[in-house]
Ligand binder design. Structure first.
Ligand SMILES: Nc1nc2c(ncn2[C@@H]2O[C@H](COP(=O)(O)OP(=O)(O)OP(=O)(O)O)[C@@H](O)[C@H]2O)c(=O)[nH]1
Length: 314
C-alpha cells in the first residue's frame, strides 16, 4: 500500500458444503449464476475495485466446505485480510458449523483478522420446500455477535440481492483498518516534530532508571501521546510506575525528554504495533488502583488516534 492510493485486499470465503460460496463469487465477478453444483477444492480469482478513489486489488479465495480438503484450506488463509463465514438460511447445520467449527479454524489461522458472517440463499425464504423454516436474520445476527464478527450480511446469488453489499462491506472493513493505521502513522510522524523537540530517536530511545520512574510523575502529551514532564501543559497526569506495572512488557507511549540519571535500561519501540491507546481526556494518578487503571486503558482502546508507539522492555 502506498499512502492509501492503492490497496490489495485478500478475502477468503469459508463455510459448509453447498452453502453457495462459489455461486456468490461467480455472481459478484461475472454477473451470472451457476445452477449446477460442483464442489470446490481450491479456487482464487481477483478483481479491481475502487473505494473512495483508492484502487483496490481484491483477491477472492474460494475454499472447500468439504473436510476431505481440509489440509488445503490453511493455504487460503495465509495473509488474508478479511474472512467471510457463509451459511445458508435454508440449512441450520451450516449456521451451527459457524459456531462449532469455522470460527475456531479461522481464529487458529488468523487470530486477529476481521470476519463477517454472510447468510446466503435468502431467496429460499420465499420459495421452495424450506420456505417458512428458514433461519431468520435475527438468529443469524445473534450468531455473528457471538463469534465477534465485524458484521452480518445477507444475500442471494440467485436473485442477486445483497451480493454487491457483501463485498463492499468486506472491502470497507479492511479499507477503514488501513486508513486508521495510516492516519496513526501520519500523526506519529508529524506531531513528534512539534512536541518532542528534545526527544531522542523514535526507533531507539533511552529511559531513565526504573527507580527514577518510580519516584517521578510524568505527563502524557495530549498531542503526541509521549510522556513529558510538562506539568498540566498538554497532558494528563500519569505515573510511570503504574504504567510500567500495568503494561509490564508493552508500553503504549514512548518515553522521551527523560531527565535524571544516566539511562540504565534500553527500550525498543515497535512502531505502529500498539495494543493500548490512551486518550487525554482523563487524569490518572499514581494512587489509582491498578485494576481501575487497567479498565480505563481498556475502555479507551478505540478512542484515540494519537501517535501510538509500543515499547518493549528488554
Ligand atoms: N436458491 C439458491 N441456490 C443457490 C444460491 N447460491 C448457490 N445456490 C446453489 O447451491 C448449490 C451449491 O452452491 P455452491 O456455490 O457450489 O456452494 P459452495 O459453498 O461453493 O460448495 P462447496 O464448494 O462444496 O464448498 C448449487 O447448486 C447452487 O446453484 C442462492 O443464492 N439461491
Amino acid at each position: 500500500m502506498n499512502g492509501l492510493t492503492e490497496l490489495s485486499v485478500k478475502c477468503v470465503l469459508v463455510g459448509d458444503c453447498a452453502v453457495g460460496k462459489t455461486a456468490l463469487l461467480v455472481r459478484f465477478t461475472s454477473e451470472t449464476f451457476p445452477d449446477s453444483y460442483k464442489p470446490t477444492v481450491f479456487e482464487n480469482t481477483g478483481v479491481e475495485v475502487y473505494m473512495d478513489g483508492v484502487q483496490i486489488s481484491l483477491g477472492l479465495w474460494d475454499t472447500a466446505g468439504n473436510d476431505n480438503f481440509k489440509q488445503i484450506r490453511p493455504r487460503s488463509y495465509q495473509q488474508a485480510d478479511v474472512v467471510l463465514m457463509c451459511y445458508s438460511v435454508a440449512n441450520p447445520n451450516s449456521l451451527a458449523s459457524i459456531q462449532r467449527k469455522w470460527i475456531a479454524e479461522v481464529r487458529e489461522n488468523l487470530p486477529r483478522v476481521p470476519v463477517l458472517v454472510v447468510a446466503t440463499q435468502t431467496d429460499l425464504r420465499e420459495v421452495g420446500v424450506h420456505r417458512g423454516s428458514c433461519i431468520s436474520p435475527a438468529e443469524g445476527k445473534r450468531v455473528a455477535h457471538e463469534v465477534h464478527a465485524k458484521g452480518y450480511l445477507e444475500c442471494s446469488s440467485l436473485s442477486n440481492r445483497g451480493v454487491q453489499q457483501v463485498f463492499e462491506y468486506a472491502v470497507r472493513t479492511v479499507f477503514n483498518k488501513h486508513k486508521k493505521r495510516e492516519r496513526r502513522r501520519m500523526f506519529s510522524m508529524n506531531q513528534c516534530k512539534i512536541c518532542c523537540s528534545n526527544s531522542v530517536s523514535h526507533d531507539e530511545i533511552y529511559a531513565a532508571q526504573i527507580k527514577y520512574w518510580l519516584s517521578s510523575s510524568y505527563h502524557v502529551c495530549s498531542a503526541c501521546g509521549h510522556v513529558h514532564k510538562w506539568k498540566k501543559k498538554l497532558g494528563i497526569t500519569f505515573h510511570l510506575e503504574t504504567l510500567c506495572n500495568v503494561i509490564s512488557k508493552y508500553v503504549c507511549v514512548s518515553v522521551c525528554d527523560v531527565p535524571g540519571p544516566v539511562p540504565q535500561q534500553q527500550l525498543h519501540i515497535e512502531r505502529d504495533r500498539c495494543d493500548l491507546r490512551l486518550t487525554t481526556s482523563q487524569a490518572f494518578r499514581a494512587s489509582d488502583r491498578m485494576s481501575d487503571f487497567r479498565n480505563v486503558l481498556r475502555s479507551h482502546r478505540v478512542l484515540s488516534h494519537r501517535c501510538r508507539t509500543k515499547i518493549q522492555t528488554e
